[in-house]
Design a protein around this ligand. Structure first.
Ligand code: SAM
Length: 363
């Protein structure tokens, strides 16, 4: 490995393939299984191909989609405080990096503090990693080296525990309320696995502080949340509907024609989450099963976390909150949905005590 700021390839950061043999995360069998289950659903991974990632980036610019602006605001205010906690020599992994718009703020803060670190953007599409990493081409930073990790979360978890990484201080980031797509129990288990991985250190890293930085949406105002996922320019609609095109690439049987399907977003007050469905406009026969006209077929949910739910999540994952920040209500007054918006950014330290998740997290 060269010195910081010294790249072998001077044209673009390197993307490392950490997938374990299987190049496609999704298979036609998995899509079939989900659609033939009772109730039927679409695997949410159908959202995240190259095209889906580009559509999602457009969603982040929708005026109603407050989440990105809130997080940018919080990062602008607090990135130097976060950066000062990160040790020189750290490996920083961002889970589901998407566009690098937000992380650039933290990387710049690390650069300002002259901290030599390695940043790894982990995501599912090689072409999108290569495209987004152009924002940090060699020369952008002197101290911060940037790389791509091509793989899913499991591959990232395994990679973090490899000797060359486990012997260095490590920081894991999950931004953009990505955790919101898990159920609350799944989110605790997911974070818990990464907390465990960070607690497992070898050699010189034993004394370092294992850190996670987590961005979660705390808005429970159903109307505001609904508008964020049902924007007037249909950016979200385009993003969600891309799942049909992607599914059609696995199962080319005419079932996933755009004109045969509607998309619907609903706020579920009881579960505190927004849900998105694809709905056949007519009866569609799929492998001997009828997907009925009007039947809501679940694709993805976005769970929102109030303060008590966040505390439950940290406890369930074995995390200790060092510092949390929230955007103020009324802060985003320049678009129609102005109040009740809260989005949190939290810096957690992992604890070696792991709680029994089932006691603390509801369904
Ligand atoms: C809601 S987007 C957030 C993107 C970005 N972090 C942000 O804040 O705008 C979720 C990201 O997680 C990635 N992702 C989803 N499932 C994944 C998986 N199983 N493994 C790795 N990345 C995944 C997606 O490709 C996408 O980039």
């Amino acid at each position: 490995m060269g010195s910081y700021g010294d790249y072998d390839d001077l044209t673009a950061p390197h993307v490392i393939d950490i997938r374990s043999g299987v190049s496609e995360l999704l298979s036609s069998e998995e899509i079939e299984r989900s659609l033939k289950a009772e109730p039927p659903s679409f695997p949410s991974l159908l959202l995240w191909n190259e095209q889906g990632l580009q559509y999602f980036e457009r969603v982040t610019y929708a005026k109603e989609y407050y989440l990105t602006n809130c997080e940018i605001e919080l990062l602008k205010q607090h990135s130097h405080k976060i950066a000062s906690r990160i040790e020189p020599g750290s490996v920083i992994v961002e889970l589901g990096s998407g566009s690098l718009r937000k992380i650039m703020i933290l990387l710049q803060a690390l650069e300002d503090l002259r901290k030599p670190v390695d940043y790894y953007a982990l995501d599912l599409s090689r072409s999108e990693l290569e495209r987004t990493l152009q924002a940090v081409n060699p020369g952008t930073f002197q101290c911060v080296r940037c790389h791509g990790l091509l793989g899913d979360y499991d591959a990232g978890l395994e990679w973090l525990q490899r000797f060359q990484n486990a012997s260095r201080p490590r920081v894991v980031l999950s931004l953009g309320s990505t955790l919101g797509s898990f159920t609350r129990r799944e989110a605790a288990e997911f974070l818990g696995k990464f907390a465990n991985a960070l607690n497992h250190c070898v050699d010189g890293a034993v004394n370092s502080e294992p850190l996670m930085v987590i961005g979660l949406d705390g808005c429970k105002d159903g109307e505001k949340v609904w508008h964020a996922y049902n924007d007037t320019e249909d950016k979200n609609d385009e993003f969600i509907r891309n799942a049909l095109d992607y599914a059609g690439r696995f199962l080319d049987n005419g079932v996933f024609q755009q004109h045969d399907w509607d998309r619907r977003g609903e706020w579920n007050e009881e579960l505190g989450r927004h849900e998105q469905y694809l709905i056949p406009k007519k009866d569609i026969w799929f492998e001997g099963r009828c997907l009925k006209a009007g039947e809501k077929i679940f694709l993805v949910a976005s769970h929102k976390y109030d303060s008590a739910e966040r505390q439950n999540l940290w406890a369930g994952a074995g995390l200790f909150e060092l510092k949390g920040w929230q955007t103020n209500e009324h802060q985003y007054g320049n678009f129609p949905f102005t109040y009740g918006i809260k989005s949190g950014l939290t810096v957690c330290r992992t604890l070696s005590v792991i709680y029994e998740t089932s006691e603390l997290i509801g369904p």
